[in-house]
Write a protein that binds this ligand. Structure first.
Ligand SMILES: Nc1ncnc2c1ncn2[C@@H]1O[C@H](COP(=O)(O)OP(=O)(O)OP(=O)(O)O)[C@@H](O)[C@H]1O
Ligand SMILES: Nc1nc2c(c(=O)[nH]1)N=C(CO)CN2
Length: 170
């Protein structure tokens, strides 16, 4: 069995429905078993500022799929949920990024693991830290908690827990 971490992001309404549908689609795949889920965070857009806030979260899963087969499933779910490719880093109904696959450190044409931008992203490291603080990221040899603590305060403050009621928790 292989262990993978997948980051989910959405900034087109209904954001919560897109997250829930993507997780349900992953979980109903016979070759995937979701083991843990982070809280959902509301996050300011990074990379391309002129767009709506995102909801982000991370799931940990066990899978018998290879990393490329898992990427195919993630891209299929993106397609089913109406993701259109447009502006780089721009708005999307759902984005599924493979952060880690076992302790692989590999670059293929379609897939780079660990995800090349994860170490700098508060919207990835804060939820990942909730479910896997001690996970070592091979390209850096550092655990998630240390990478998260090194993020600038200004990035961390743009990531707040999201609740259905709309009342922020932190
Ligand atoms: N670890 C990875 N997870 C998902 N896609 C990846 C990964 N590494 C490389 N890719 C490739 O990146 C391509 C572009 O992905 P995508 O359009 O989701 O990028 P993006 O969401 O705009 O940016 P980012 O990857 O920074 O979140 C995909 O077609 C996929 O083949
Ligand atoms: N806050 C936030 N910003 C982003 C996100 C995301 O998921 N959350 N995804 C992006 C796609 O690459 C670009 N910018």
């Amino acid at each position: 069995m292989n262990k993978a971490y997948v980051a989910l992001g959405t900034n087109i309404e209904p954001r919560i429905e897109y997250l829930n549908s993507a997780i349900a689609s992953l979980d109903k795949n016979n070759d995937i078993a979701i083991q843990n889920k982070s809280s959902i965070y509301e996050t300011a857009p990074v990379g391309y500022a002129d767009q709506a806030d995102f909801l982000n979260m991370v799931v940990g899963l066990d899978t018998s799929l290879s990393s490329i087969e898992l990427l195919d499933i993630c891209q299929e779910i993106e397609k089913q949920l109406g993701r259109k490719r447009g502006i780089r880093f721009g708005p999307r109904t759902i984005d599924l990024d493979i952060l880690m696959y076992n302790y692989e450190n590999s670059k293929m044409e379609r897939l780079i693991i660990p995800h090349p931008r994860m170490q700098k992203r508060a919207f990835v490291l804060i939820p990942l830290n909730e479910i896997a603080p001690n996970l070592i990221i091979p390209s850096t040899d550092e655990p998630v908690v240390d990478l998260m603590n090194k993020l600038p305060e200004s990035d961390k403050k743009d990531v707040t827990k999201w609740t259905q009621s709309g009342l922020a928790e932190e």
